[in-house]
Design a protein around this ligand. Structure first.
Ligand SMILES: Nc1ncnc2c1ncn2[C@@H]1O[C@H](COP(=O)(O)OP(=O)(O)OP(=O)(O)O)[C@@H](O)[C@H]1O
Ligand SMILES: [Mg+2]
Length: 233
């Protein structure tokens, strides 16, 4: 579905991704794990068109994505839930959700998708008039996820959703990821919680210093070996 080939990208004179290649299969949950600074967020930014690769190609269902502006990504049925949640603090929960269906082609389905969001995240329904800035960390993450789902994307990209969450919220989060996967949605999950991420994934990539150092079906992953590579310098 999503094909990343030989991508080199970074920020100005600093290169971060070194000839990185990976494939995201439709209907599967692919997790990309790796230590701080490995380049995971940078890779997602390149996919979403926020930074331009200096080399390599990124294509979605065979069509090149490189050059597609970020604001057009919902046209091609992709949505990213960024690191740090990025909700609009001074807007209510419901207003934040409606922003997820702001693009004209999604507006007709906004009411139905809002109802689906509330079914999946009942706590957001209870708090729909509350300002997003006053939500707890866990609730804000749920809001960011629900907002990403408002355009009903085929491909959902999630950057470190468990960061800073209490264990019970982490459990809830992974339960929801499992449900989204069962619905047949294609998911890319960036995580540092290797244990949980491998548990929910179909395929695992480990990144280290801007490169893929391991690519394996999740069922074959040996966590001890993975952790050795993870902490290797
Ligand atoms: N806007 C930026 N300008 C310059 N350098 C950046 C910028 N954003 C990230 N970097 C650098 O790029 C490298 C990779 O960062 P990136 O955010 O992709 O890592 P990551 O794998 O997502 O890490 P984390 O797990 O901490 O989120 C780091 O060395 C970082 O300092
Ligand atoms: Mg990151």
């Amino acid at each position: 579905m999503l094909e990343i080939k030989d991508v080199r990208a970074g920020y100005g004179a600093i290169n971060v991704l070194w000839d990185l290649s990976l494939t995201i299969q439709p209907g599967k949950l692919t997790t990309i794990i790796g230590p701080n600074g490995a380049g995971k967020t940078t890779l997602l930014r390149a996919v979403m068109g926020l930074i331009k690769p200096s080399q390599g190609t990124i294509s979605l269902n065979g069509a090149p994505l490189t050059g597609t502006p970020t604001w057009k990504m919902t046209d091609v049925s992709m949505a990213m839930i960024p690191e740090g949640r990025m909700t609009f603090r001074d807007m209510t929960v419901e207003e934040n959700l409606m922003m997820g269906a702001f693009a004209p082609q999604h507006r007709s389905k906004a009411a139905a998708n809002l109802e689906k969001s509330y079914q999946m995240f009942p706590r957001l329904r209870e708090r729909r008039k509350q300002l997003a800035g006053s939500l707890s960390g866990g609730e804000a993450q749920m809001l960011a996820m629900a907002r990403g789902l408002m355009s009903d994307p085929e491909l959902l990209i999630i950057d470190e959703p468990s960061l800073g969450l209490a264990p019970v919220m982490v459990n809830e989060l992974f339960e929801i990821l499992g449900r989204l996967k069962q619905d047949g949605r294609t998911i890319v999950l960036v995580e540092q919680n290797t244990h949980r991420a491998v548990g929910v994934a179909d395929h695992v990539y480990l990144m280290q210093s801007g490169k893929v150092v391991l690519s394996q079906p999740a069922a074959q992953v040996d966590l001890d070996h993975l952790h050795k590579l993870y902490f290797a310098r």
